[in-house]
Design a protein around this ligand. Structure first.
Ligand code: ARG
Length: 277
């Protein structure tokens, strides 16, 4: 390489780096242009894994919140419509990473670099708040104990070492078993359908899961199972965001408020739960 060549080459790299910085700014918000010039641009902008996109990570086996459309392989559900509506408010295209195990979602957001948000019916709680930030709540939920119809099981009868109680690993149902059915034999699994099938075939005596999901799954696919107890845990779902990206949490909170005020949340609730909740 001659000196001149080298200079041109280095200059080219400089231009590339400049373009990357600009692309970063552009991706920060739909108002990127004026912000890039303003002195406090850094303070009120957020970062995105891919400029122009809201990249979501989820566990997609949790109907009707998030699941895969068998035919298209696309994610569907309440949370998916919510994620798309959030993206739209921010002027971003919402895109999903491939399905991930539920107990990997918070670590993925905490580590950063792969997804901007985890939206997966994630209950806001203090322990998780140590690892990630949450937006304001967007949906209320409770837990349920599911067993075979006519099993005669109760929360008392299940609290015994001879009884196996299944849950999705890393969920609040998993924790609830530790606290309230501490004598039962707990079996954490990765997939909700495996939990339900296991109760159906008699491998497990019961399953602890979020009530809205239990109701939907039983009605649509597991008519021989029933909710034997509703547990009023008073949980609230939030969007998990990296602690390094507080401006994204702020922008999402604004968007959630707008979606609540303009009737979009009611519409999505009616579409997936049959009524605004
Ligand atoms: N709400 C419960 C929790 O936060 C369960 C969420 C499970 N979500 C899922 N997409 N599998 O632990």
């Amino acid at each position: 390489m001659t000196n001149i060549d080298r200079r041109t080459f280095v200059k080219g790299l400089g231009a590339l780096a400049g373009a990357a910085v600009l692309a970063g700014c552009g991706g920060n918000s739909n108002k990127g242009d004026d912000k890039a010039q303003s002195a406090d641009s850094k303070d009120d902008s957020y970062t995105l894994v891919t400029p122009g996109k809201l990249t979501v990570v989820a566990e997609l086996g949790f109907a009707p919140l998030e699941y895969m459309d068998d035919k298209t392989g696309e994610p569907l559900g309440f949370d998916v419509d919510f994620a798309k509506a959030l993206g739209k408010k921010l002027g971003l295209e919402t895109t999903y990473l491939p399905n991930q195990k539920y107990d990997t979602l918070i670590p993925t957001i905490q580590q950063g670099g792969k997804a901007d948000v985890a939206i997966a019916g994630i209950t806001i709680n203090d322990e998780r708040k140590e690892s990630v930030d949450f937006t304001d709540p967007y949906l209320d939920s409770n837990q349920a104990i599911v067993a075979k119809k006519g099993s005669g099981e109760t929360d008392q009868s299940l609290n015994d070492p001879s009884k196996s109680v299944v849950c999705q690993s890393g969920t609040t149902g998993d924790e609830w078993i530790d606290e309230h059915l501490s004598k039962a034999t707990k079996k954490p699994l990765d997939e909700v359908t495996a939990c339900l099938t296991g109760v159906q075939t008699g491998t497990f005596n019961a399953f602890v899961i979020d009530l809205p999901i239990a109701q939907y799954m039983l009605k649509n696919s597991f008519p021989d199972l029933e909710v034997i107890k509703e547990i009023p845990t008073g949980e609230q779902y939030g969007v998990a965001v990296s602690k390094d990206n507080p401006k994204l949490t702020e922008a999402l909170n604004k968007a959630i408020k707008e979606l609540q005020d303009d009737g979009t949340m009611d519409k999505i609730e009616t579409d997936w739960f049959g009524a605004a909740l």
